[in-house]
Each structure stands twice: as structure tokens, then as C-alpha cells.
Design a protein around this ligand. Structure first.
Ligand SMILES: [Zn+2]
Length: 331
């Protein structure tokens, strides 16, 4: 929840833009073919690298990241599968054409390779021939490959944005309103009020409802050394679907994320006791919850004369008890 919303919104916009521009068209100008496309490839690769650097460090991904997911140059590797469509004419290319060493695979996917869409004249002059149809098919395949590569990144940013735009707003403005758990009726009312604010919002990541598990079912799970039990199982293909399911299941059991009123960090209220303060260690083994309880008490004593009298009486009584104890034990 501490990610920069402006950065993420820009990232989301650019990813969509780049995906659109990476897909081949049939009407390139020379400038777009020889310069524009390669620029888009560089930009797209940079965006992918930025996201790859972040998501692998975040839980739960950091626990099950696969080596192939850490592969570098994903976009360029994907595009090299379509060298028939992104070949470019070395002689005709004013920038010098493709600059790779054909004997060296590593060099082939290095950033010095320039991707230039093939001349699309065939599309206009020879649209019905087998050659043109083959090219059309390959163009569709390339565009689909770009979609398959880029869409998970777009979804990931969308899902993280949804946490900022929907979950955070819902929690801070609608669910944590009375320093305690809401009744079922109040919860429903608050959701109704929240959904009204959503209808004006527009974009997918501004709506709480949306991503869903790709399948759900039930299966028997047997923990090591424990008895088997029946549990619901889900397959998720995107972060947002998991968060959605997890959020509502948590809500029903009073597991609710909350921003600590003392340190400002998010923590999870785990069923049972509602608190405005987290239990993260703050200073000298004291947590926000301990420090804030003391602060609250002191403020109460300062502001309320009755509490002040009670506090003084309590301290005097406690001192007497302590003295008596010490005398008895011969200290
Ligand atoms: Zn705290």
C-alpha cells in the first residue's frame, strides 16, 4: 500500500500504449518502421524490467519465483521468434540495419538488435495470395504473442493499483469508522455507500469487483502430522483475483487490514480484538499498541478531572501497597 500511485498510474498507461504500438500494422511510414518500432521495443523492455525488479521481491512471489520468470530481455526474446516479420532490410535501413552476430545467440538478443517490421506492401498489392495470407497469419501470431507477454504485466499493475484505489479507500473511509468491528447490517450499508463512489470512477482498477479465480473446487488437505480436512481450493492466474477472494474471506472472519494510528504502517487485525494500533516493535521492545495505550491514558488524565483524581488515588494506593509489601519482606 506504500507504492507511489502516480508512478503506478503512469506505468499502467505506458504499458497499454506500448502494447498497442508493438502490435504490427500494415500502414507504417518509413520513419515508424525504421525508428519508431525499435524505440517502442526499448521502451517496452524497460517497463518490463522495472516491474520484474519489483514483483520478485514482494511476498508471496519471493517464495515461489521460478528461474524462467527471472529471464532477461523477455520482450526481445519473444520478438526474435518472429524474425520473418521483424527482419528489416539491412541495405535499406538508414540506421544501419540489424546488428547481431548470427553465430552468437547471446548477441542476437542483445539490445543492439534493432527490430524493423517488414515492408507491408504485400498487404496492399497482393492481399489474396498465399504469401499475403501467410504473412497475415504470422502477423496475428506475433500480435497474440505480444498480448500474451504484456497482458500479465498490465494486470499486475492494475491489481496493485486496485489495492490503492479501492481497498485502501474502502478500509480507511468506510470500514474503520468507529474503532471497532461493524455489525453485518452496518457493513452492508457501508459497502452500499462505497459502491456509490465507484460508479463514477471509470477505469477497471478503480472498481473493486472484477478479477476472479479461473477455477474453484474443494479438496482434502492433510497437513504433516495432522488430520485430513476438506477445504475450498482456487486457481488464480492474477494477483487481483487472489486479493479479492482473500479480502472478503478475511472480512467475514474479522481479519481486516488497518493503518496504524500511531506509526502509519498497515497491519492485520486478526480476529478477536479490534485495535487502532499495530503490534510492530517501536522502541525498547514497546509496540505502538503499548505506547498508545499509555499515551491515551495520560491524555485522559490530563483532560478529565475525574480521571485525574482517580489516577492520583490509584498511584497513592499502589505506593501504599508497595511500601507494605516491602516492609513485610524486610526490604
Ligand atoms: Zn504502529
Amino acid at each position: 500500500m506504500d507504492l507511489d500511485i502516480k508512478y503506478l498510474t503512469d506505468l499502467h498507461f505506458h504499458l497499454k500504449q506500448v502494447t498497442k504500438n508493438l502490435k504490427l500494422r500494415t500502414d507504417y511510414s518509413d520513419e515508424e518502421r525504421y525508428v519508431g518500432y525499435e524505440k517502442t521495443v526499448c521502451w517496452g523492455q524497460e517497463l518490463i524490467d522495472q516491474i520484474d525488479a519489483v514483483w520478485v521481491t514482494l511476498p508471496p512471489y519471493n517464495r515461489f519465483v521460478q528461474p524462467y520468470q527471472l529471464q532477461k530481455n523477455k520482450l526481445r526474446v519473444c520478438l526474435t521468434r518472429f524474425s520473418d516479420m521483424l527482419d528489416g532490410d539491412r541495405a535499406a535501413n538508414p540506421l544501419g540495419g540489424l546488428e547481431f552476430d548470427e553465430d552468437d545467440d547471446e548477441e542476437y538478443i542483445s539490445t543492439t538488435v534493432k527490430f524493423v517490421p517488414i515492408d507491408m506492401d504485400w498487404y496492399w498489392t497482393d492481399g489474396d495470395s498465399q504469401y499475403a495470407m501467410d504473412n497475415q497469419r504470422r502477423m496475428n501470431e506475433l500480435n497474440q504473442a505480444i498480448e500474451d507477454l504484456m497482458q500479465p504485466y498490465i494486470h499486475w499493475v492494475e491489481d496493485v493499483l486496485r489495492v490503492k484505489c479501492c481497498h485502501e479507500k474502502l478500509l480507511t473511509e468506510f470500514l474503520h469508522i468507529k474503532h471497532g468491528f461493524l455489525t453485518e447490517a452496518d457493513l452492508a450499508m457501508q459497502f452500499q455507500a462505497y459502491f456509490k463512489t465507484e460508479s463514477m470512477a471509470g477505469m477497471a482498477h478503480r472498481k473493486l469487483n472484477g478479477p476472479a479465480p479461473i477455477s474453484s473446487g474443494h479438496e482434502v488437505f492433510t497437513p504433516a502430522g495432522g488430520a485430513p480436512f476438506l477445504c475450498a481450493s482456487y486457481d488464480f492466474d492474477r494477483l487481483g483475483a487472489f486479493l479479492y477472494e482473500d479480502f472478503f474471506r478475511g472480512l467475514a472472519e474479522h481479519y481486516i487490514p488497518k493503518r496504524c494510528s500511531n506509526c502509519g504502517r498497515w497491519f492485520l487485525i486478526n480476529a478477536g480484538i479490534y485495535s487502532d494500533y499495530c503490534e510492530n516493535p517501536l522502541v525498547e521492545d514497546k509496540t505502538c499498541r503499548m505506547v498508545s495505550a499509555r499515551k491515551k491514558y495520560d491524555t485522559k488524565c490530563k483532560e478529565d478531572p475525574i480521571w485525574n483524581i482517580y489516577n492520583k488515588a490509584y498511584k497513592a494506593h499502589y505506593a501504599r501497597v508497595l511500601k507494605k509489601k516491602n516492609v513485610q519482606s524486610g526490604v
